[in-house]
Design a protein around this ligand. Sequence first.
Ligand SMILES: [Zn+2]
Length: 389
Amino acid sequence: MTERLYLADSYLLEFTARVVERRPGAVVLDRTAFYATSGGQPHDMGTLGGARVTGVEAEGDAVVHAVDGEVPGGEVRGAVDAARRRDHREQHHGQHLLSRAFIETCGAETVSFHLGDARCTIDLALRDLSGAEAARAEDLANLVVRENRPVETTWHSAAEARTLGLRKLPDGLDRVRVVTVKDFDRCACGGTHPSRTGDVGQIRVLGWEKSKGHVRVTFVCGGRALLDARSRAEALSAAGAALGAGAMQAAAAAARAAEDLKAARRELGEFRERAAAAEAGDLVARTPAVSGRRVVRASFPGRDVPALLALARPLCGARDAVFVLTGQGALVAGRGEDVPLDLAAPFREAAAAAGVRGGGRGQLFQAAGGTDPAALEAAADALARKLAP
Ligand SMILES: [Zn+2]
């Protein structure tokens, strides 16, 4: 059996213990300050007699320390990574306060907790959550942090624990460890908690989503809340600077920029249409009618299908014209309203010869994906000759 020192004192970081079992890459001690992964809280890290502790797992009554290096036998000195312990204490205790706050403000129980590397989540027994409800719970939890209330851990028999009005009572335990926040919350828990709520620093709800019939709330506490607030402020400042505005005016400036962009795109579309109409008129005017039909054949090596179609639409308005256009691996053909031709079969044939794929109907056909410019031009020329009267 390993005595778990962190259950009595979550601030204890250095300790000595006796190695009671050695395994390949792992040791069992008679006592330890290293927290073993459980209850949603990951294990501690640190050093054990000069070796790095990379994992800590409970195995019945024993705590197994995975180590990266040699641990001497006999008496050994352990040191828990202080920053990681502090971080986990902040996140886990913040979770207790937030879970209780959601009960008080929304009547919502917490059904699960996950302490992640960057963010934490709780799943609430709720169908949906509004912004106002989330803010009320966040406000209440942070008020209890600022009030710096005492936090106590006590041990009880299972029978006694049942009378304490705990949020959740684990099954099958003879003795139950209870973490109590004065006049606020009481919860059965084996985690590392602070002696006062003020140690949590701050609790920030970052967002929430519906997940398998619950609401999953993402949050961070303590040092993580500070880093999150800083990185958001920096991002907002950068966004404002890019828009020529201060951080707090960034949203309004972005909305104005989006409106300007929309108007500019509309205007550009109109200009493109006018330019295409003028270009189409020019092409038709330069092509003499032979036996009442103008066969327009033109190549635009840099243009893709949308650019060719922009030109093709006004060309379809020239009643006596048929046209064959080529672009970058693209073939577009069509005819004016008065030209009595079915383009489907000849276009299909030209597309096959050019190695392009596509289709169309009525007055306009298009294909793309060509990789052989010479074959494309030759197929387009052949199609134009076929469409001549
Ligand atoms: Zn807990």
